[in-house]
Design a protein around this ligand. Structure first.
Ligand SMILES: [Zn+2]
Length: 394
């Protein structure tokens, strides 16, 4: 048996040859080939035999990384339209797994699943909104009667294969009702909660971080203008570090209004980086300032954070945050979700939610995205043959 499996083991569907692999889950940051067979990672290492590979792609000037994981997107096309098409907006940004954060609640989740999650190539997971109709009916987001923990938790349990948590967002009324009910649903379903939170006099951000959130719960939009991360002297508040020690997760969540260099830069300079990098992609930001997750990662790269660290915060860290540690890796046997990215040097503009621009000299371009072994984004035709070699017949 041993020799038989060895004989067939180099029948790869695709070998990515000569790239630089960054795979933080396996502590790999070095030149290596990646071989894919039957939709899975077959081997990672130097000098992989290609004699029986169906296709070999030279990626020698590129990084090969696990497909990125974006834990804050809106992919449910509600009316008025908020969500964008997963396959159109994830793959160009090197993303193979994305988590819709509460666009749907328990009343419309099964429609979302039927119409989007089950139809697209991108692996779409979800947080169920504590509001029954999610973000589809904006008035309901302000109505505590629409926030029922039991049916939200029941929907999460029924769709446990794709639901990774509970979401609360946009609540502008006084008090903690939305937060408390989301936590109650999280307790019932045994899942983390993601908070989009607006502080008010009676509900402080410090109390959210230190008294309400449980270890593993996620606050998204950490560099938003309405979130007090730094004091009037520009110093990061102590409660941020304390929240870190408690094990709450602090997520970027760029969005149309939640990434400001004026906040992000002093935080990053003091070592306060987001645990996870996410976009909050929706109709209001995919044509700027967000564009894609890789574009957001490029901003962080130009703010001085090393690439390997950024790959960690957009693969391993989000995989853990959603309780799916099998994702975001190039481990042998894992589903082959892979991105090939090229680091360009030049002069590039990056703008934030305050229409403030930063000129950077590095830009990451996604040149190949592979989802479950299938090429889903290949803007330069890396996996194609020269047309002159294809012969006379169509
Ligand atoms: Zn959002």
């Amino acid at each position: 048996m041993e020799s038989t499996s060895a004989a067939v083991s180099d029948r790869y569907d695709l070998v990515l040859q000569g790239g630089h692999v960054i795979d933080p889950a396996n502590h790999r940051d070095e030149p290596a080939d990646v071989a894919i067979a039957n939709g899975r990672i077959a081997r990672v290492g130097r000098g992989i035999s290609t004699s029986r590979a169906a296709r070999v792609v030279d990626v020698s000037d590129c990084y090969v990384v696990p497909g990125l994981i974006d834990i804050h997107v809106h992919y449910f096309a509600t009316c008025p339209r908020l969500g964008v098409s997963p396959d159109d907006h994830a793959f160009p940004g090197a993303v193979t797994t994305a988590v819709d954060t509460g666009t749907a609640g328990w009343r419309n989740f099964e429609r979302f699943r039927r119409e989007v999650i089950d139809r697209v190539k991108c692996r779409v997971l979800a947080y169920v909104n504590i509001v029954s109709t999610g973000m589809e009916i904006p008035a309901n987001e302000q109505d505590p009667w629409q926030m029922e923990p039991a049916p939200a938790a029941e929907m999460a349990r029924r769709h446990a294969d794709v639901v990774v948590g509970i979401k609360t967002a946009h609540y502008m009324q006084p008090g903690w009702t939305a937060v408390d009910r989301a936590i109650a649903a999280g307790e019932m379903a045994g899942l983390p909660v993601m908070f989009d939170f607006a502080p008010r006099p009676e509900r402080s951000y410090a109390d959210l971080l230190l008294k309400k959130m449980r270890p593993g719960d996620i606050h998204t939009h950490v560099y938003a203008r309405h979130i007090p991360s730094i004091d009037e002297n520009g110093k990061v508040y102590d409660y941020i570090w304390e929240a870190r020690r408690r094990g709450v997760i602090l997520d970027l969540g760029h969005g149309a209004g939640s990434f400001w260099y004026r906040l992000a830069v002093p935080c990053i300079e003091q070592g306060y980086l987001p645990d996870t990098i996410s976009t909050d992609q929706h109709t209001g930001n995919v044509n700027g300032p967000v564009f894609t997750l890789l574009h957001t990662v490029s901003k962080m790269l130009n703010l001085g954070i090393p690439l390997a660290d950024l790959i960690y915060r957009s693969t391993v860290a989000p995989a853990r945050a959603i309780g799916r540690p099998e994702l975001g890796t190039l481990s042998e046997g894992a589903e082959a979700d892979v991105a090939v990215i090229r680091l360009q040097h030049g002069r590039f503009g990056y703008w934030d939610c305050g229409r403030g621009k930063m000129i950077g000299h590095q830009k990451l371009e996604c040149v190949l995205t592979i989802r479950a072994g299938q090429v889903v984004y290949d803007p330069h035709g890396l996996t194609m043959d020269d047309w002159r070699s294809l012969g006379p017949n169509y």
